[in-house]
Design a protein around this ligand. Structure first.
Ligand code: HEM
Length: 133
């Protein structure tokens, strides 16, 4: 028997949105991976008007992939990140901030691991642009 979905165990859209909101602000505030120039420029120039939409799309993505009643209709993650030229080690730094954000909200171990694994599964797509460096 399939038990409750990850979406349900996380607490639904409001709980997911709260974590994504915090995580997304942390990345900008802590200037995570700003040695990556396109990210540094995005934080400086685009975050002001694109961060709310990015939070919405990240929330939608998590809600869809975790079994919630939503469909992710944003860009394919490979396309959305290619020009940032993200390297695998930059990806890992961002994963660390995600892990800390899940801890901040006291997300239980099992759910935390499932969210991190879903994120990690997109590492090859998200870091495909690192070939440009
Ligand atoms: C790990 C390093 C990552 C960094 C630094 C990063 C950063 C960004 C940035 C700055 C954007 C905004 C692009 C724009 O203004 O159009 C973006 C888009 C997005 N990212 Fe990431 N991202 C990372 C990984 C991921 C992963 C693993 C996921 C999901 C599992 C994800 C989900 C999204 C989504 C859903 C969008 C919006 C796509 C759209 O415009 O339709 N990101 N990311």
């Amino acid at each position: 028997m399939a038990g409750p979905s990850l979406y349900e165990r996380l607490g639904g859209v409001y709980a997911v949105a709260a974590v994504v909101d915090y995580f997304s602000d942390q990345l900008v505030e802590k200037r995570t991976i700003e040695k990556n120039v396109p990210i540094k420029e995005w934080n400086a120039k685009k975050a002001a008007y694109r961060l709310p939409g990015l939070k919405f799309l990240r929330t939608l993505w998590v809600c869809a992939i975790s079994g919630g009643p939503f469909q992710y209709t944003g860009k394919a993650l490979g396309d959305a990140h290619f020009d940032f030229m993200l390297t695998p080690s930059e990806f890992d730094e961002v994963s660390k901030v995600l892990a800390e954000s899940l801890d901040h909200f006291k997300v239980p171990k099992r759910e935390k691991e499932e969210v991190l694994a879903a994120f990690e599964a997109y590492k090859p797509a998200v870091t495909a642009g690192s070939i440009l460096r």
